[in-house]
Ligand binder design. Structure first.
Ligand code: SF4
Length: 237
């Protein structure tokens, strides 16, 4: 399977948790704000030296809360990922960061009890944030909603991340998404940041829609008024 590498101890990939994080290459979306677009486009990727990584995981497993798989979109390589997780599970609990638009393969992993935690983005409005034509984005949004239901059916806890763009009202989309969640979750608000802190895929788009302020306050207040547990990544503000 194609990877861009791993980090044995990370404290920034899942809120409040220590993870061993693996990045897998490839993605089915083209988010304009994506700062991992090189991984998404499989640039600089290499075949995972599986035994070496598992050995390192084994020696760090006492330190970590999760083996966290991210990308790119890890489910692009779901068959290989399934085989890997079968070897990982005896060593660590598994957290999967997925855009939740590749649902049947996800169900396959959940059915075999290979995932303990899901992290996903509510990317809204999808026509803007998926970076794809309108029809494709609308279809993928419906699949995403189904993905939230599948995760809920298996009672897997979720980190729901909300990327906050400038110039769009994400609240109606978030409201719609939350209607499909029926499992433990908390929300992490990620105001979109651009250069010089990140290198987004589409610099022009980001110059218009990164660095929100009012939009962040509005969604934070809205979620708190509903007594939802919410954390804000203010590192960039
Ligand atoms: S942000 Fe995530 S889902 Fe979007 S293109 Fe980048 S890796 Fe893919």
């Amino acid at each position: 399977m194609l990877t861009s590498g791993w980090k044995a101890v990370s404290m920034v990939d899942v809120h409040g948790k220590v993870t061993f994080t693996l990045w897998l290459c490839g993605c089915n979306l083209k988010c304009p704000f994506c700062h991992n677009w090189r991984i998404a486009e499989r640039r600089g990727c290499f075949e995972l030296p599986r035994d070496a990584m598992l050995e390192e995981l084994s020696s760090h497993s006492f330190l970590i809360d999760y083996f966290h798989v991210t990308g790119g979109e890890p489910l692009m390589q779901w068959r290989e990922l399934k085989g890997l997780l079968e070897d990982v599970k005896p060593l660590a609990d598994v957290s999967l960061n997925t855009n939740l638009t590749i649902v049947r393969p996800l169900e396959e992993l959940l059915r075999f009890d290979l995932v303990d935690h899901i992290a996903t983005d509510i990317k809204a409005p999808p026509q803007e944030l998926y970076g794809l034509p309108k029809n494709a984005s609308e279809k993928l949004w419906r699949i995403f909603l189904r993905g939230l239901e599948v995760v809920s059916d298996y009672k897997i806890p979720m980190e729901l991340r909300i990327p906050i763009p400038k110039g769009f009202n994400v609240i109606p989309w978030v409201e719609e998404a939350l209607k499909h969640v029926n499992t433990d979750f908390y929300v992490v608000l990620n105001p979109l940041v651009g250069r010089p802190l990140t290198n987004p895929r589409d610099g022009k788009w980001c110059s218009q829609h990164c660095w929100p302020r009012q939009e962040l306050l509005e969604i934070e207040n809205e979620l708190k008024s509903r007594r939802i547990k919410v954390f804000v990544n203010k590192w960039a503000m």
